[in-house]
Design a protein around this ligand. Structure first.
Ligand SMILES: Cc1cc2nc3c(=O)[nH]c(=O)nc-3n(C[C@H](O)[C@H](O)[C@H](O)COP(=O)(O)OP(=O)(O)OC[C@H]3O[C@@H](n4cnc5c(N)ncnc54)[C@H](O)[C@@H]3O)c2cc1C
Length: 406
């Protein structure tokens, strides 16, 4: 069985669980980073959330991801500006930047030990054309007041103590970025929520949600739960629980490898577009190099492919791509390979909805959910208390023009 680095190295004691109760004040469905952060905000507000997951903490995208916490959007800022318009792109980028900072604050306030390192992200440019785009992206970000810097090849090389690949022409530095242990993060958020009154039931699949006058009824494979409110944070599986979002959220498999340990050579995370779907990675505190991406070489770009399995063509492309960035790593032994379920929307932004009174849902992070988890979780917890979604999330509504292809 393939197991991610985060699950293989999670040494925390399991969280206490309860049998599924028949009633709860508020239920959070999904114990990924978004559900865990939402539960923490709800618990801090004194609402004693019940968190359920069909497997357990970090079983979906979060526990199988790259562990990069980078402010920004799934798309490059120039592409995002062209797609959403400048004002919306600026607001969305600001949301992610605020979200990245809020998650760091939560980690500090709750003393969550999750290997958080805030050393920035280097997005390598491959060839002159990508360096031109990097320069324009940095200018656009700086003009809108966001931190970014353009590095030439020599300056990028100074941040890496092994030789860079010959094709690298420079890099865009995102200083508002870090790395962390995704499994320990979710465990820590849930543990903090538990200290404030959250309860957990794992191995519970929510199948359908019905409403009567003032209560929701969550039908699960372990019986029904009646609740005043619920937050659905199941990302790639959103369409299974809420059919109204099924046409807009697609499961896409993301594959990752992790090498054996090598001497420390880079402290920041890194990313690149060696293939059209992009690559990303980090050197872990133990020296291993985690590297993911290369979906472009898979049939149908791994859209709809079974998460949990890996394919030879993508894994081979990952090894080749890693060696193109850092030639001295060519042929390095691979300690572990895994994959996980990303959730893509047509415009690469998550969807937040309030389809019925008391029912809220978020999903579709398009491979870039970590910087949004804490802030969207906080807004959803507020929404549970006020009964309406705050205006800060208006750009993520399901009626937005970019989602409808207008
Ligand atoms: C390979 C890969 C690499 C990535 N790398 C990065 C990265 O480096 N940085 C970044 O920002 N983002 C990255 N992402 C994306 C990021 O991991 C996600 O956006 C984020 O983790 C989404 O969190 P979530 O809580 O919404 O969903 P998930 O973590 O997927 O959690 C959803 C949970 O819901 C549960 N569930 C599903 N259906 C039901 C049901 N019916 N009933 C009960 N429970 C249910 C699942 O078991 C799961 O635990 C990556 C994703 C993948 C797959």
């Amino acid at each position: 069985m393939l197991i991610s680095h985060w699950h293989a190295t999670l040494d925390q004691a399991p969280l206490p669980v309860i049998d599924l109760p028949t009633t709860a004040e508020v239920v959070v469905v999904g114990a990924g980073v978004v559900g865990a952060a939402t539960a923490l905000w709800l618990a801090r507000a004194g609402l004693q959330p019940l968190v359920v997951d069909r497997q357990g903490p970090a079983a979906g995208a979060t526990g199988n991801n790259g562990g990069l916490l980078s402010a920004g959007l799934a798309e490059n800022y120039l592409a995002a500006t062209a797609r959403y318009g400048q004002r919306a792109a600026r607001e969305l980028y600001a949301l992610s930047l605020a979200g990245q900072r809020l998650l760091v604050e939560l980690i500090e306030q709750e003393h969550i030990v999750c290997d958080l390192r805030l050393h920035g992200n280097l997005n390598f440019a491959i060839g002159e054309a990508q360096l031109t785009i990097a320069a324009a992206t940095v200018s656009a970000l700086q003009a809108d007041g966001f931190p970014a810097a353009l590095l030439d090849r020599d300056a990028a090389q100074e941040m890496v103590s092994i030789p860079l690949g010959a094709a690298i022409t420079g890099a865009r530095l995102n200083p508002a970025a870090g790395t962390l242990h995704s499994g320990k993060l979710v465990h820590g958020l849930l543990a903090a929520a538990h200290r404030s009154g959250a309860r957990f039931s794992w191995g519970v699949t929510v199948q359908h949600i019905a409403s009567d006058a003032d209560r929701l009824c969550l039908h699960t494979d372990h019986g029904d739960v009646s609740a005043a409110a619920a937050v659905i944070a199941v990302n790639a599986w959103s369409g299974e629980v809420l059919p109204e979002v099924a046409p807009s959220i697609k499961l896409v498999r993301g594959q990752v490898l992790c090498t054996v340990p090598v001497e420390p050579f880079i402290t920041c995370s890194f990313s690149a577009n060696l293939t059209p779907t992009g690559e990303y990675g980090q050197q872990l505190p133990g020296g291993q190099v985690l590297f993911g991406g290369c979906r472009a070489v898979a049939p149908n770009h791994d859209v709809g492919a079974v998460p949990g399995e890996v394919s030879d063509e993508v894994q081979q492309a990952l090894e080749t791509s890693l060696a193109r960035l850092f030639p001295t790593l060519a042929g390095i032994a691979i300690e572990r390979r895994w994959s996980g379920p990303m959730a893509f929307t047509p415009d690469y932004l998550p969807i937040v909805i309030n389809p019925r009174p008391g029912l809220f849902a978020v999903g579709g992070f398009s491979g870039h959910g970590m910087p949004f988890a804490a802030i969207i979780g906080r807004h959803l917890a507020e929404a549970v208390q006020t009964g309406t979604l705050p205006t800060e999330l208006a750009l993520l509504g399901i009626e937005r023009a970019t989602l409808l292809g207008e």
